[in-house]
Design a protein around this ligand. Structure first.
Ligand code: FVT
Ligand code: MG
Length: 353
């Protein structure tokens, strides 16, 4: 009996069961569909799995008490007061989400040219960190370092004659990072894209004794149209003058992302991030393959809005699109995802496990 690829030829030549649409079977040795024939078989060969451990949930905090105000351009996302942020932290803890991220909506009267409110040890972010840590000390808290929620012009740095100043901005960011670490923040996440800020912040944290405070660098942050709804959420959409292209990256570049990541790691970043997510999956993959360090991706507000908005219109299945987008980040090499879908995705994961 002749053997071809481990199978007796004769067996392949035996007559098949006739069907309505019967035809000669193709002489295929490999049929990839076999491994997809049933849910148990698909589960068995699945390469990437999203778990709640992969999620960081960003929250928008606003002054006031016991209130939640919907963000119009982000269906399902609210601006919440500090007491409600504590409730969401509880929800995160119950869902086994390891970490939340805090973003403030700063009252217009508190915004100024220098973003001074960023340095107020009692600002909304610091208040939230303290309130959450008091009730839920075991949840991780990530705080952005950048001036855009606090400046009257909506930029991440200080401006002089229309130019964003690098080194002067870094000096302020260092103070902002210290104020947040003092409040109890676990991960400092510089999102400003100034040069040299990671090293300066690391030095200052170490000197102040915050040796265990981690740095997650927004290392490859692109100048993107997908940040629009976030700017609504923190109230900087109307105030932003010009664009951020002198500090955020050009979306046409890829090698440059590797140089940015390399610098931030050399300066002491513990984790790096690529942002936005879906249009930059190639960058996530290159960063992960090149550096093999904890690599995060931010599924930003515009990506969220596209999926949530289309789903609300009945144009796509929102739940499936959400899960497909999230596992796509894992497939690209991400170790974790900052996503506004975090609680809903975690609920789904929990229900299915
Ligand atoms: N520094 C944090 C962001 O800029 C978030 C952007 C977004 O979600 O669109
Ligand atoms: Mg950089």
């Amino acid at each position: 009996m002749a053997i071809k690829f481990g199978r007796p030829i004769e067996m392949r030549d035996t007559p098949r069961r006739p069907t309505a649409l019967s035809s000669q079977p193709l002489d295929l040795v490999t049929r990839p569909r076999r491994n997809r024939k049933a849910e148990w078989a698909r589960r068995l060969v699945r390469e990437n799995v999203l778990t709640t451990d992969d999620l960081i949930w960003p929250l928008f905090v606003v002054d006031g008490h016991n209130s939640r105000t919907p963000v119009a351009s982000m269906p399902g996302v609210d601006r919440i007061t500090v007491d409600q942020a504590v409730r969401d932290a509880e929800r995160a803890a119950k869902l086994n989400i390891p970490c939340i991220a805090l973003f403030p909506y700063t009252e217009a009267s508190l915004r100024d040219e220098h973003g001074s409110e960023a340095l107020n040890p009692d600002n909304l972010v610091c208040q939230s960190v303290r309130a959450i840590k008091k009730e839920f000390p075991d949840i991780g808290i990530l705080c952005d370092v950048a001036l855009d929620p606090f400046t009257s012009h909506g930029h991440d740095g200080l401006i002089e004659d229309g130019r964003i100043l690098n080194d002067e901005t870094v000096a302020v960011l260092v103070r902002q990072a210290l104020v947040q670490a003092e409040a109890g923040c676990d991960i400092i996440a510089p999102s400003d894209m100034m040069d040299g800020r990671v090293g300066a912040i690391r030095d200052a944290l170490d000197e102040a004794g915050f040796l265990d405070v981690q740095i997650m660098a927004y290392a490859a942050k692109y100048a993107s149209a997908f940040y629009g709804p976030f700017r609504d959420a923190i109230g900087s959409a109307k105030t932003l003058t010009g664009d951020k292209r002198t500090y955020q990256m050009d979306s046409a570049n890829s090698d440059e992302a590797l140089r940015e990541v390399e610098l931030d790691l050399a300066e002491g970043a513990d984790m790096v991030m690529v942002k936005p997510g879906m249009p930059y999956l190639d960058i996530v993959r290159r960063v992960k393959d090149t550096f093999a360090v904890p690599t995060f991706v931010y599924q930003v507000s515009g990506e969220y809005a596209m999926i949530a908005g289309a789903a609300n219109n009945g144009w796509i299945d929102g739940e499936r699109a959400m899960m497909e987008s999230l596992v796509g980040f894992k497939r690209a090499g991400a170790d974790g995802i900052l996503t506004y879908f975090a609680p809903v995705a975690a609920e789904k994961i929990k229900a299915e496990s």
